[in-house]
Design a protein around this ligand. Sequence first.
Ligand code: ADP
Ligand code: MG
Length: 498
Amino acid sequence: MLKDCRTVWANCLRVIKANIGEQSFRTWFEPIVPVQLHNNVLIIQVPSQFFYEWLEEHYVDVLKKGIYQELGPEGRLEYSIVVDQGNSQNKPRTVNIPTSRKAAAPTQAASPAAAIAASALTGSARNVAAAAAAPVSNPDMLRNPFEATKAIDRNYVKSQLNNTYSFENYVEGDCNRLARSAGLAVANKPGTTSFNPLMVYGGVGLGKTHLVQAIGNHIKATSPDKFVLYVSAEKFTNQFIESLRNNGVQDFANFYLLVDILILDDVQFLSGKDKTQEMFFHIFNHLHQAGKQIVMTSDRPPRDLNGLEDRLLSRFKWGLTADLQSPDFETRMAIIQNKMEQDGIDIPPQVVEYLAHSVNTNVRELEGVLISLVAQSSLNRREIDLEMAKQALRHIIEEVEAEVNLDFIQKTVAEYFSISLDLLKAKTRKKEVVTARQVAMYFAKEHTSHSLKSIGFHFGGRDHSTVIHSVQTVSDLIDSDKNFRNTIVDLRKKFVKK
Ligand code: ADP
Ligand code: MG
């Protein structure tokens, strides 16, 4: 009797279904379409290369069992892999590949979660966590690996998001434009943009956590049915270690496979933690394959993530990597103003400007100064003023300008030219004062990390073009006037660190 491919496949499925969990069956076997049966070779169509690899790696034995029962010892299996989905005019493009594996020892993994759990425990990991292998070989769990998590209702699992972080209160500037707009794109269309994964990196306190939390909050607000999960890499690691201890690796994997948007903060924490990386690698692959969105942050660019496996790093390149820089003066001003509005604080404009000029390290530090100012003001029942701000900033300024600070340069130059400090900063255009001022600006540029804007600000509120002009004038004079050059050489000695 001639058999057709559909009947043969339907019978195979019956065998397979009896051997694996329901969820795995739905994930990995329902999407398969039987396409041809010829000379005892059954061809099945699978949706992607990844799908084929996964089947080959984890289900080849159960597949072979089915084929054997249906077609006998001569029966063989071939995959037709969809490499291009096609469209209304063009049919999907496929390639055919025969099954590669010989029937080997039965694979233990019978569901993605079990496979992940099992493979996260291969090699050296197995020695470390011999006990943790137990759930994988526990036949009950294998039959229905999702049973353990059935009780979890995705909507009720807390996303671990902090709803104070939003796009609205994430001030845009040159320092974060790409990362912010990519974040917004991802938040509007999670899993469907080419920014998957989205990797945001930048130094401490520059707004990584804020941005990725804003993505999570936005998705939660617009698609409440989506399971968004924010987790720090540190917490992820601790949970994983805990699951090894409690024979709960499979539950751990199961849980993460339910996530629609996974936000992993500070991935640099995974450096050197091979087993945790392995687990994350598999979760990553599975979620990515299923069209789920992955968002990550790191305190350094991926190329500097030492101690992270290459295969994991190469996954990060699939999507978009965007960096956060230190905010410039205008952005710092906007951040302070935004924060004041949010918290209902009132600070005089010149104090805001002073803060924005002086704290150029990172946003967290800027916020820290604001908070301490507000605290002081309410403690002493005194309005916030410039004096108070200077006081609050003393330790930071000292740190930043430990080498040669602006005050020192101004004082030294003023003394050298025998004029007062006030005159140096005043509006006067008297020639000798102008020259002294220009020289002081020139050295400020040479010996401090102040921006042109900030230098101008500290010289009686001049703008940055005045500073540029001063630096240029001094440079020209050095070239053209020998006496002037000697003056500069003489003065410079005072600013070079001994
Ligand atoms: P990171 O995770 O990079 O160390 P955070 O996201 O924790 O930094 O940011 C530190 C603080 O600075 C947070 O309170 C955050 O809200 C604030 N912040 C950072 N960047 C911005 C920005 N562009 N607009 C508003 N607030 C910001
Ligand atoms: Mg952070």
